[in-house]
Design a protein around this ligand. Sequence first.
Ligand SMILES: NC(=O)C1=CN([C@@H]2O[C@H](COP(=O)(O)OP(=O)(O)OC[C@H]3O[C@@H](n4cnc5c(N)ncnc54)[C@H](OP(=O)(O)O)[C@@H]3O)[C@@H](O)[C@H]2O)C=CC1
Length: 352
Amino acid sequence: MKGILLNGYGESLDLLEYKTDLPVPKPIKSQVLIKIHSTSINPLDNVMRKGYASSIVDLKLKLPIILGRECSGEIVEIGDSVWDYEIGDQVWSASPPFSMGSHCEYITVDESEISLKPKNLTHQQSASIPFASLTAWNAIYNVLPTNKKITTNTKILVNGGNGSVGFFILQLLKKHLNVNQVSTTCNIKHFEKLKKLTLVNETIDYNNLKINDNDNNKFDLIFNCYDGGKNQNENEKKCIDALKDGGNLIGFNGPLVKFSDKDGVLSGLPMGMMNQLNSSERIKKQYSKNVHLDYAIFSPSGSTLKQISKLYENNILIPNIDKQFNLNQIKDAYTCFENSNSNGKIIINNKF
Ligand SMILES: NC(=O)C1=CN([C@@H]2O[C@H](COP(=O)(O)OP(=O)(O)OC[C@H]3O[C@@H](n4cnc5c(N)ncnc54)[C@H](OP(=O)(O)O)[C@@H]3O)[C@@H](O)[C@H]2O)C=CC1
């Protein structure tokens, strides 16, 4: 089959190799074999190719590996104990980083990690959604403390609302949970698009997030969907400043993997875990403010994908894709990603 091998970790795109003679994987037990029509590039792919999470990936896989965390396609073979799917089903899926990825023609995935894709979306549109939406879903429904659940009156800011995670959260808050007051930061060129497509109440230039000191203007809850790039501390501080005392901050770039990569899985992971658990204490000391900080991560789930699929089929949510490339143009796709030249998800297509 065709596929993109990552032969080593590093900045150079030459570490990615387009191959046409890779073996097609065989589905076993509860796995299905998906013929991939479309896949995408997520921020995780771009940092993984440079070595991020290699300490964890190395536990299960050895280089060369295939990147790509989500896809949309058709089931062409099933394992002996697959119950819920059959050959010909049109499905979508997202898988964790320690499994072989989707930047290729065929992938085996456990049936628990897939669902039928939304019937009204193309494969290209469907391939843009699973990874970010499952991460966002986890943040909203599982990570937020039970005594702080979102109501229609929770005043919420989504930092980075034009990204895949932010765009999904904005739509879910406004069009499904009917939250009254939702604001987002983004590049000013995306103001009108986000107002129109997500129904967000207020758009704020992310280079100019200044919140009046009056506590009434501050937020109860912030989803921080931007890792901060080279200014992580500054980005975190902006969010803390914009929160009410006692407010909740949800981040998507917790310290776990960074500790593991730095110090190895055995000592790094427990240290990262401790660091993560003590995040709210750190914030209290660092900023003299009572803010509850939690981190959300991607978690594969076919049953959640099924619920998300219904929200698209009922036209409550819409996808956000822009530039498209063929599999053999993967280096151009990553260059486009690095230069932030796409106003929506970058899609990779397989031409059969
Ligand atoms: N832990 C996990 O399991 C997961 C973590 N993540 C993380 O979540 C984050 C969001 O992911 P995703 O939505 O896919 O990423 P995207 O690359 O799609 O979006 C990132 C967004 O950040 C915005 N941005 C750029 N500069 C700033 C700034 N100075 N302040 C605020 N926002 C800014 C951009 O806005 P604009 O377009 O307007 O320029 C862009 O839309 C990433 O950091 C990713 O690594 C994501 C999935 C899983």
